[in-house]
Design a protein around this ligand. Structure first.
Ligand code: FE2
Length: 282
C-alpha cells in the first residue's frame, strides 16, 4: 500500500492489477449490459461527445448528476433519435449516480477495498461524487479528449481521486487510457463551469482554451479486465476512439475529500441536498 501512495504522488496514477475477481467483473458487466435493454424513448435520447461538447447545452446532462441517465454515441443515433445500431452497442455511457442508486454499483463503490485505498491516501472524510458506466463500443466508441478530471470536479485544495476499473481488457486497439506520467504536478489547467450568462445557449463553458499537450508525453496503459487504475485529479489523460471490433467497458467513479475542502459551486455536477455520500460510513 505504501507503493500506492508513493506512485500516486510521483506518477499521478497507479495500476492495481486483479482489483476485481472474475465473478465481480461479471456482475458489474451484467448490470451495465442490462441498461441497454431499457433505453429511453427516441425523443429523449441524448448524446455525449467530448469533441463537440453537445452536452454543454443539455439540461438533461446537468440534471443527470444525481440520477441514472443514458448517453448515446453520436454515431448511434439518427436525427430523430432512432437507432442506427443494435441497442446493445448504442450507448456511450450511463451516469452519474450509479454508486448511490444502483445496488450492484453501490456495493463495489462502497467496498472495503475502496475504503482501504482512501484510508491509505489519508483522506479524512472522502465522499463519492460521481460514477459512470462507460461502453466504448466497437467501431463507434468515441474518443475522450485530453483532460484533467479536476477541470470538471474542482475542489480547493484539489483532493480528487478517480477509480477507473476495466471490465474488459483495455488495449491500444479498443481505446485504453493514455496517461502523461507526472503531469499532475502543475495545477489545474482549466475549468469547466456553469455559464454565468443566463441568455447563452451553452449552460456550461470552459474558462479558458485547452492547454497544449505534447503527444509524446503520453503512453498507453493497456490493462487486463479487473484492473483498477487510480487517477490523481490533475493527471492529464485521454482515450482514443475504438476502431476495433471489441467493446471496452469500464466502471469509473470519483471520490473527493470533504474535510476542510471546498467543492466548487461552479462545477457542472452539484451534490444532492444531503451532500455527497460519505465513503467510510456507507
Ligand atoms: Fe478523465
Amino acid at each position: 500500500m505504501k507503493d500506492v501512495v508513493n506512485q500516486l504522488e510521483n506518477d499521478g496514477f497507479v495500476v492495481l492489477e486483479d482489483f476485481l475477481k472474475p465473478e465481480e467483473i461479471d456482475e458489474l458487466r451484467g448490470a451495465g449490459e442490462e441498461f441497454t435493454t431499457n433505453l429511453p424513448p427516441e425523443k429523449d435520447r441524448k448524446i455525449f461527445n467530448t469533441v463537440d461538447q453537445q452536452q454543454s447545452k443539455d439540461r438533461y446532462f446537468i440534471d443527470s448528476a444525481n440520477k441514472i441517465c443514458y448517453f448515446f454515441e453520436s454515431e448511434a443515433l439518427e436525427d430523430n433519435g432512432s437507432l442506427k445500431v443494435h441497442p446493445r452497442v448504442s450507448l456511450n455511457k450511463v451516469g452519474h449516480a450509479l454508486h448511490w442508486l444502483h445496488p450492484v454499483f453501490k456495493k463495489y463503490t462502497f467496498s472495503e477495498k475502496v475504503k482501504e485505498i482512501a484510508f491509505q491516501l489519508e483522506l479524512i472524510e472522502p465522499a463519492v461524487c460521481q460514477s459512470m458506466y462507460i461502453y466504448k463500443n466497437p467501431g463507434i466508441g468515441s474518443e475522450v479528449v485530453t483532460h484533467q478530471d479536476a477541470s470538471y470536479l474542482y475542489t480547493d485544495p484539489v483532493k480528487l481521486i478517480g477509480f477507473w476499473i476495466a471490465l474488459e481488457d483495455a488495449t491500444r486497439d479498443n481505446g485504453c487510457l493514455w496517461i502523461a506520467s507526472s503531469s499532475h504536478k502543475s495545477g489545474v489547467h482549466r475549468r469547466y463551469v456553469r455559464n454565468r450568462d443566463p441568455l447563452a445557449e451553452e449552460l456550461l463553458v470552459y474558462d479558458r482554451p485547452a492547454a497544449y499537450y505534447q503527444e509524446s508525453s503520453f503512453r498507453p496503459i493497456e490493462v487486463r479486465k479487473g484492473t483498477c487504475i487510480l487517477l490523481h485529479g490533475q493527471v492529464v489523460h485521454f482515450s482514443k476512439d475504438n476502431k476495433s471490433d471489441r467493446s471496452r467497458h469500464a466502471y469509473t467513479f470519483h471520490i473527493v475529500e470533504t474535510h476542510h475542502v471546498n467543492y466548487s459551486r461552479n462545477n457542472w455536477l452539484q451534490p444532492p441536498k444531503e451532500g455527497f455520500p460519505l465513503l467510510y460510513t456507507n
